[in-house]
Design a protein around this ligand. Structure first.
Ligand code: G6P
Length: 524
């Protein structure tokens, strides 16, 4: 009882920070969040107990901040064996939701047949939708939509999306208050359609964390896939994107794909089969307090001491998943070119790259990791023995491979240049984390293709992602920028990130939900 009261009290205190309409909304609804990757993953220990680890990636990082305001239920795919076993245990015990020890969310897992899941995640979501939405194809050769893709769509993507809808419905149906469902990302495009069919009264919002390309590029997908995606997405009350540009492309894609849409461009509304969808943009950000906390943790401080031994007179940093859309190889090409153009920097600059291996079930990711290793090996060999630093041979690039968030944050404190040259990126939170934590008035080199460009470009050096030559020049410009100019831009970036942190992202979505679905709530 005491715990229960404690929890309610804490929730009330947290809610006080929220704008009134959002607070009122949360007090009257049950919030259901759904994403492929959940806030925690379970691992079975040898003694039979379960340990948990925080889920990785931008979506989990951002959504976790919602827990400050409400006790949401998070529906996610069981991705590890531990998740599956924990879900089985929950079923045996009759637990409707799992309450992980050290997580802020109650979780409900979607347990799919591993082969269905493989088709959904490793055939459709990542190589197809992710590649499409980041314009990653070499179109004369890719993609080949063959019988395997069709099978993966029909017996993987559709299947797992249906299962997600079923789990969400089970939570919604047992909820005493009207539910709001906040769906995340490209894995779940078909879910809103299934939910709306079963429960026309549900309030549905879908946030797309990655770019949304133009309708012409979507034509590389079969019309059946495109129609199914647009049809389902228009079952949402609100569809949110990182930037107005992505939101606009979504509207055009619906117009190009479906016959019976009625669009009000000014109000950013789409009417389709009697339902209205509002199309909005909400630039995602970081949880400033949480990031600072991790960066000040013992773990991070321990790494900091080690990282300091790799710093040089000038230090360039990048932090990314080892992911083709991040344009890591061209970043190294640009560095190589910079060293060719400016030999006066030989021995005086180090490039530290912290890369997290990702999606290794997908061949392109394995190949990309190989490409990264190859170019780093080539650069380090090319410049071997050209210079020494503290009596040791200079190594121009240093790769740190592995998933270690405190270590990456620790490194961000010390860069002179942060290279964010992604080809396309929904937002890119590294640019924001770096701006917040850096202590050297470091310069941000930022790709025009990153969503963050819209907010941060005024105080960054812009690069067009394929332009290796200009990226090399930008590195030189950054490293020779006068200190007062560096300070001015670094401070401005930090201010922007602090002002528009994750709370702004959450507030604006909740306010829009409160405003646009107020009527539905009253009816419910
Ligand atoms: C991006 C996507 C997320 C995804 C994350 C990590 O941030 O928008 O949906 O969770 O990458 O990728 P993964 O496939 O490992 O979940």
């Amino acid at each position: 009882m005491a715990d229960e009261h404690g929890a309610t009290l804490n929730a009330d205190v947290r809610r006080r920070d929220l704008p009134e309409p959002a607070r009122d909304l949360l007090s009257r609804v049950t919030l259901i969040i759904a994403s492929n990757r959940g806030p925690v993953e379970f691992h079975r220990e040898p003694d039979g107990s379960f340990s948990t680890r925080r889920g990785t990636g931008g979506v989990v990082t951002a959504i976790s901040a919602v827990s400050r305001f409400t006790d949401a239920i998070w529906v996610a795919a069981a991705m590890t064996d531990g998740d599956r076993l924990r879900a089985e245990l929950a079923a045996e015990r009759g637990e409707a939701v799992i309450e992980p020890d050290n997580a802020d969310f109650r979780v409900r897992f979607v347990v799919s047949d591993p082969e269905d899941y493989d088709r959904y995640y490793n055939h459709i979501s990542n190589p197809l939708l992710w590649f499409l939405q980041h314009y990653l194809w070499d179109t004369p050769r890719q993609p080949d939509i063959d019988h395997i893709t069709w099978d993966a769509w029909n017996n993987g993507y559709v299947t797992v999306n249906r299962q997600f809808a079923e789990e969400i419905l089970a939570v919604a149906d047992s909820s005493a208050q009207p539910p709001i469902v906040m769906l995340q990302d490209y894995h779940l495009y078909l879910v809103p359609g299934y939910l709306r069919e079963a429960r026309p009264d549900l309030i549905l919002q879908h946030f797309v964390h990655i770019p949304w390309p133009d309708p012409d590029y979507w034509r590389l997908l079969p019309v059946e896939f495109r129609r199914a995606i647009c049809h389902s997405m228009l079952a949402n009350d609100i569809v949110g994107f990182q930037t107005p540009r992505h939101a606009r492309s979504f509207v055009y894609t619906c117009e190009a794909t479906l016959d019976d849409v009625d669009i009000d461009y000014r109000r950013r509304e789409i009417r389709y089969r009697g339902h209205t969808t509002y199309v909005r943009s909400y630039p995602i950000s970081i949880d400033v307090d949480a990031v600072r906390r991790v960066a000040a943790s013992e773990d991070a401080l321990r790494h900091e001491e080690h990282i300091k031994t790799f710093l040089n007179e000038h230090t360039i940093l990048r932090v990314d998943r080892a992911e083709p859309s991040k344009n890591i190889v061209r970043g190294f090409q640009a560095y190589d070119r910079f060293l060719e153009l400016h030999p006066e920097f030989l021995g005086r600059v180090n490039f530290l790259a912290f890369l997290v291996p990702s999606r290794l079930e997908v061949a392109e990711y394995v190949d990309y990791l190989d490409d990264i290793n190859t170019i780093v090996g080539r650069i380090n060999t090319k410049y071997a023995n050209v210079a020494e630093r503290d009596g040791v041979a200079w190594e121009p690039v240093r790769l740190f491979i592995g998933d270690d968030y405190p270590r990456a944050l620790a490194a961000m404190k010390y860069y002179d240049v942060l290279l964010v040259n992604a080809i396309f990126d929904g937002m890119n939170l590294v640019a924001k984390e770096g701006a917040l934590l850096n202590r050297r008035n470091g310069v941000l080199i930022l790709s025009e293709g990153a969503g963050a460009y819209q907010q941060l470009s005024e105080h960054a050096l812009s690069v067009s992602p394929a332009d290796v030559e200009s990226t090399a020049h930008a590195i030189y410009q950054a490293l020779t920028m006068p200190p007062e100019q560096r300070a001015y831009h670094a401070q401005a970036l930090r201010r922007l990130v602090i002002e528009q942190d994750i709370l702004a992202w959450i507030y604006s979505q909740l306010e829009d939900l409160a405003a646009t679905v107020g009527g539905s709530l009253v009816r419910a």
